[in-house]
Design a protein around this ligand. Structure first.
Ligand code: HEM
Length: 219
């Protein structure tokens, strides 16, 4: 029995199912009185859900001691970026009519656009370097680069909080989940640094050499 298969199916389903619904509702004209606004919000919501699910894979691996969450993280990360590009494109095409000047004006005038756009820019190199070839080429720098997912997630959540005018409960729930995931990450990095410091120097050098040559760990 391949234990990875159900994880892969679930990771693909998290991207394919919401996309299929968006396509189905579009063709059936079920997007309500303002289809552009509906799709903008729908893709924004799914970007955030997928982003937080991607970030949850490391804690899940640590808690369950299973390797599968780490092995489906790339699929989830790429679906996150696909939804983010859709979200961005809907705004660019339907709100701005592809006007770069208008985008520049919005970036200056609207803080939530500045925050969202910065998150998109930060995640771009992660999507480009997501292949095994880039991972091998960049070695340890790849792990450092992919830590950008954390500030990008903070920007994404703040973007949502900023654009909501009245009821901030939902963006605050997403922010709370993100903070919990970040706290877990900071705590586990602290523990591994402490463990490393407690090792005798010879063992430490050996561990560092081994992890530099074998690590395929993603942030
Ligand atoms: C990681 C990055 C991003 C995340 C997580 C994200 C998430 C979201 C969420 C959750 C919403 C609100 C959905 C709702 O109300 O149900 C939203 C709305 C929106 N986002 Fe983003 N977004 C991101 C990046 C961007 C970018 C790059 C742009 C464009 C430059 C953008 C433009 C918009 C616009 C125009 C809206 C609708 C605002 C309104 O209706 O008043 N977002 N986004």
């Amino acid at each position: 029995m391949n234990h990875l298969l159900p994880w892969r199916v679930a990771a693909w389903a998290l991207g394919v199912v919401p996309l299929a619904f968006a396509v189905k509702w579009t063709f059936q004209s079920l997007l309500g009185p303002n289809p552009v606004e509906f799709l903008e919000h729908y893709t924004g919501d799914w970007t955030l859900r997928l982003l937080l699910t991607t970030l949850a894979m490391t804690p899940l691996r640590k808690v369950t001691r299973l390797s599968e969450p780490i092995r489906v993280r790339r699929i989830l990360g790429l679906w996150t970026y696909a939804f983010l590009c859709l979200h961005f494109s809907i705004y660019l095409v339907f709100d701005l009519g592809l006007s770069v000047a208008q985008l520049g004006a919005d970036l200056v005038k609207r803080t939530y656009i500045t925050l969202g756009f910065s998150a998109w820019l930060m995640l771009l190199p992660l999507a480009i370097t997501s292949t095994n070839a880039w991972q091998r080429r960049l070695k340890r720098r790849w792990v450092t680069l992919h830590q950008l997912i954390y500030p990008a997630a903070i920007l994404g959540c703040t973007h949502y909080y900023w654009l909501v005018k009245a009821d901030t409960r939902e963006p605050l729930i997403y922010l709370a989940i993100l903070l919990a995931l970040l706290a877990f990450r900071v705590q586990s990095v602290g523990i591994s640094l402490r463990r490393r410091r407690e090792q005798p120097p010879a063992v430490r050098v050996q561990i560092e050499t081994m992890s530099a040559s074998t690590s395929s760990e993603r942030p």
